[in-house]
Design a protein around this ligand. Structure first.
Ligand code: SF4
Length: 222
């Protein structure tokens, strides 16, 4: 199901201007953004996104070249079995669960989708181990289909700091964001906040003194 509009009360014109300024400054600060998980097709991106849970993209990118050389199709993962998948992805953490999900995912892809990754959000979110965030990552970055805004921990945390949402539930955060971010910017907006979270608005010690959004941020540390 595509992202629904926000259930939050509508914002006044000053607040709308502030939000537009934030978008403009983010675009200026991070003009070139993109998916930081290395991949060559939707299947690889789907697997890489599952591996990225509780793990850095950098670590995932260290693991996936070898992984995808060994396992090119859902059948390759199925033939190997869960213990072998676990061995191959161990360093990404939570490997028992991830391997179980990857195996179940490959089985569903083989049985129901001719071993291809489906390209609708409703089909994607029904695959084992695939939530709305993963589905949006795959749709936006592998298929160029924009259905919503990816809300990971950086996007949720920084959106709250910036006063763009009060919600903690990712789906509610997404609804608040899609109410004012133009649809053509949904994919890049998410990449920009993630980059901002890595470089400036870090969870432990945000670098507010270097932040281009500070004058519009209610959480800016003086
Ligand atoms: S001013 Fe500080 S808290 Fe606000 S977005 Fe920038 S780094 Fe984060």
């Amino acid at each position: 199901m595509p992202a629904r509009p926000s259930s939050s009360p509508s914002v006044n014109s000053d607040e709308l201007r502030r939000r537009k300024r934030i978008l403009k400054k983010l675009n200026a600060a991070y003009p070139q953004v993109g998916c930081t998980l290395d991949h060559f097709n939707p299947f690889q991106l789907l697997i890489a996104t599952i591996l990225s849970a509780q793990c850095t993209d950098k670590r995932v990118n260290e693991v996936t070249p070898g992984l995808f050389k060994r396992f090119k199709t859902p059948d390759d993962f199925l033939r190997a079995g869960i213990p072998e998948i676990e061995d191959a992805i161990r360093s990404t953490g939570f490997y028992h669960n991830k391997a179980k999900n990857i195996y179940a995912l490959c089985k569903r892809l083989k049985e129901d989708f001719h071993s291809e990754v489906p390209c609708t959000i409703d089909e994607l979110v029904n695959l084992p181990g695939v939530g709305r965030k993963t589905a949006n990552v795959v749709l936006g970055n592998a298929f160029g289909i924009v259905e919503g805004i990816v809300v990971d921990t950086h996007v949720g945390r920084i959106s709250r700091k910036l006063g763009l949402t009060e919600a903690t539930d990712p789906e509610k955060v997404e609804r608040d964001l899609v109410s004012f971010v133009p649809k053509k910017e949904w994919v890049d907006f998410s990449h920009r906040l993630i980059t901002h979270g890595r470089q400036i608005c870090r969870a432990r010690r945000p670098l507010c003194g270097q932040c281009p959004l500070a004058s519009d941020c209610p959480s800016a540390e003086k």
